[in-house]
Design a protein around this ligand. Structure first.
Ligand SMILES: *Cc1c(COP(=O)(O)O)cnc(C)c1O
Length: 383
């Protein structure tokens, strides 16, 4: 059996090696490292793939979130609501811009922001909502968009973990993640579903005026060379990363389907084991999940009998990597504590941080590896 890895970028590279190597050496020959043709081509190809008018490439997903918030003109003191259970980048940029982060609880079955908790947290100062499409599945965008519309709030989708996923509305209509809010941010960090070989990110929007503003902000606030109209940043995707992304984008649906297929195999193996709760995919139109609705950035179980930490250790001792995403709720992180938060407002996050474990998930998992992992998990949790 091949050694089990949490992500296997080396294995994936073998399948696209020739194309990647030749486009990277072409960049070396032409020395068009920044803002070269590869970046523009990738931008267009991602716009086509997502069916969105504007993609603004930038240096990483965290920048993408920050620039999106700057572009919307959010100002110090404005409240921005996001999920308590996510990677810190989301809340970090809110705080960095001197906006006021307001963290709310998530849903136990999808791990995504709870729209009822979100609605309760709205005050006259609230300006924006940042739903995070966690682990590869969209947040409840139908309800979130309704709330935002009713209350006049911006929606900034954090799409770092769900690129390529569809969201299904109750009428059966589907829309791609990252195309529903005013603006969205994504990351091309190597281990993300569409990852490059370094750092990268993008901001996406259908709004022409906002896109223009964002293109200036990523480039030192310049719309005309050496005319700085607004305070900007320096945030660029480089040509080498764009070349890697161009090789991988046509394979994204296939890669996501491989992840989904492995997830189905995991879940089937765990069926009937009461202490192991498998991730749930929300499919309004029917009971069956389809590969587009969850792109499994992570495959995350909940272990109900208090053995999560022991399981992590046991798997590790048996050569099986796993991850705890995330071990501490954001509202309890030193940097983001706030007297307004009450523990009773976060029952789900407080529970999830003790129960979740993410198993190896990537495009190269094989049946033998999945069987080895599921056998070890089941034997330990049931013992
Ligand atoms: C990875 C990630 C980010 C940040 O992306 P970087 O490219 O690492 O800056 C933001 N939000 C979420 C939910 C992420 O998973």
């Amino acid at each position: 059996m091949k050694k089990i890895q949490m992500v296997d970028l080396g294995g994936q590279y073998q399948g696209i090696k020739e194309q990647i190597n030749s486009s990277i050496s072409n960049i070396m020959e032409t020395s068009s490292f920044i803002n070269g043709p590869e970046v523009h081509a990738f931008q267009k190809e991602l716009e086509d793939y997502l069916g969105i008018k504007h993609v603004i490439p930038c240096a990483n997903g965290t920048d993408a979130l920050q620039i999106a918030m700057m572009g919307l003109g959010l100002e110090p003191g404005d409240e921005v609501i996001t999920a308590d259970f996510t990677f810190a980048a989301t809340v970090e940029v809110i705080a960095l811009l001197r906006l006021t982060p307001v963290l709310v609880d998530v849903e136990p079955d999808t791990f995504n922001i709870n729209p009822l908790a979100l609605e309760r947290a709205i005050t006259p100062k609230t300006k924006a909502i940042v739903p995070v499409h966690l682990f590869g599945q969209c947040a409840n965008m139908e309800v979130i968009m309704e709330i935002a519309k009713k209350r006049g709030l911006y929606v900034i989708e954090d799409n770092a973990q769900a690129i390529g996923a569809d969201y299904e509305f109750t009428n059966g209509k589907k829309q791609k993640s990252g195309t529903m809010g005013e603006v969205s941010a994504t990351s091309f960090f190597p281990s993300k579903n569409l990852g490059c070989y370094g750092d990268g990110g993008a901001i996406c929007t259908n709004d022409d005026a906002l896109a223009h503003t964002l293109r200036g902000i990523v480039n030192h606030g310049m719309y005309e060379r050496y005319h700085h109209d607004v305070v900007g940043v320096n945030s660029r995707l480089d040509s080498i990363q764009a070349a890697v992304l161009r090789a991988k984008l046509p394979l994204l649906d296939e890669y996501n389907k491989k992840r989904w297929t492995s997830a189905q195999k995991y879940s089937k193996a765990f069926e009937g084991h009461d202490n192991i709760i498998v991730p749930k995919t929300i499919a309004h139109s029917g009971v069956v999940s389809s590969p587009d609705l969850h792109v499994f950035h992570q495959y995350t179980l909940r272990i109900k009998n208090g053995k999560r930490d022991a399981l992590v250790k046991h798997l590790n001792e048996n050569g099986i990597p796993s991850g705890v995403y995330y071990p501490i709720p954001l509202h309890l992180q030193k940097a983001y504590r706030d007297k307004r938060y009450k523990e009773v407002d976060f029952p789900v996050t407080n529970q999830l941080v003790k129960e979740v474990i993410s198993l190896p998930m990537h495009t190269e998992l094989d049946d033998e590896q999945i069987k080895c992992i599921t056998d070890k998990v089941i034997a330990f949790v049931n013992a």
